[in-house]
Every structure is written in structure tokens, then in C-alpha cells.
Design a protein around this ligand. Sequence first.
Ligand code: GRF
Length: 204
Amino acid sequence: MKNLGILLSGRGSNFEAIADSVAAGRIRGAIAVVISNREEAPGIELARRRGLEARVIPSKGKPREQHDAEVVAALQEKKVDLVCLAGYMRLLSPWFVRQFPNRILNIHPSLLPAFPGLEAQKQALEYGAKVSGCTVHFVDEQLDHGAIILQKAVPVLDDDDEHSLAARILEQEHIAYTEAINIVLSGGFELMGRRLVRRATAKA
Ligand code: GRF
């Protein structure tokens, strides 16, 4: 059984989708700790209500290296195997990334490499994209950049605004994160450069 560590800063709907999958046995792992860098993140309250270990490690006013060291220490203390960023609004330092090589995942609400960074759904809409979606990827030292684990596409409709598009994407995010975690936990893949290729026996 592998230990998951969830990092979040806000609403926590991706965390909840992961926690539901764990509770239903769709993910063969356990959530060892949920960490927020913001005291007021609704996600941390949701974690507490589920009886999970939930910690706030405030980032405000702290040098990145110091905050990252505190978060890594908490993850190591809880023997976390896989770190899942779920709306964690912080760029990880290169040192943090090196502590968990190919064991940190992030979810982003666009089909990367299109529209990295903030307000990806608004960016897609304003650009005039006809298809958008979400990407689960390994975290490397650049923002929204590491090797792609999986993507799910949704249409952009003529009457969409950023909220309706975000809601359509979010529905897919909740499905995608569980699938991606299972791919990584299964170990049934190879990374060929940036390309994640699943071994034939590992394909569901
Ligand atoms: C999601 O859209 C995710 O893709 C992005 O931040 C948002 C977090 O939402 N990285 P939630 O906190 O999981 O509800």
C-alpha cells in the first residue's frame, strides 16, 4: 500500500475526488497527510472532516526554501511515496522536486503545453480554442511542464463562459487524477524522454 501526500491551497475538489477513490478502493493507496499552505483553504477543513491528517504549513512571509523544507519534512515524516498537487498555488523549488523524483504529480486545467499558468480556462476561451481539457503531469522544475501522464479533452462551446468551461473541465479532472495516480502507482510504464509509454500488460 503506497502513501499519498496531498498538497492544496484552496477549494479541494480534486483532493475530494482522490479521497473518494481511495475510500472506494479505486486507488490502492492511503492518504497519509493533506497539507495546505493557507490556513483558510476550504480543502483542509474537508480533509479534517474526513478524519485525515491535515496540516497547515503557512507559506506567507517565508522564503521558498524554508517553506519547502518544512513541507518535505512533513511528507517524509508521514512516509509519503507519491505527492499529489491538487490546486497547490506554489511553484516547487528545484530542491523539493529532487526529493521526490518522478513522484510528484500535478493537475492543470488545459491541454498542455497550451495555456500554462493561471486562469487556463479563461486563456483557452479568449484564445478561441475549440477543444480544451485537463492534463495530469509529473512535476519538474518548470511551471506546468513535466512529462504528461494523461489528458482528457472537452469541447469549448459557443455559449461558454469561463465558468461553464471550467466546470466541464473540472468534471474530467476528477476522473483523470485517479487514473493518473493508478498509472504511476502501478509502475507499468516507461518514460522515453518526455513520452510516458505504458507497458502492454499494464493497460487497463
Ligand atoms: C483545478 O482546476 C486544478 O486543475 C488547478 O487548480 C484547480 C484546483 O481546484 N491546478 P480544486 O481545489 O481541486 O477544487
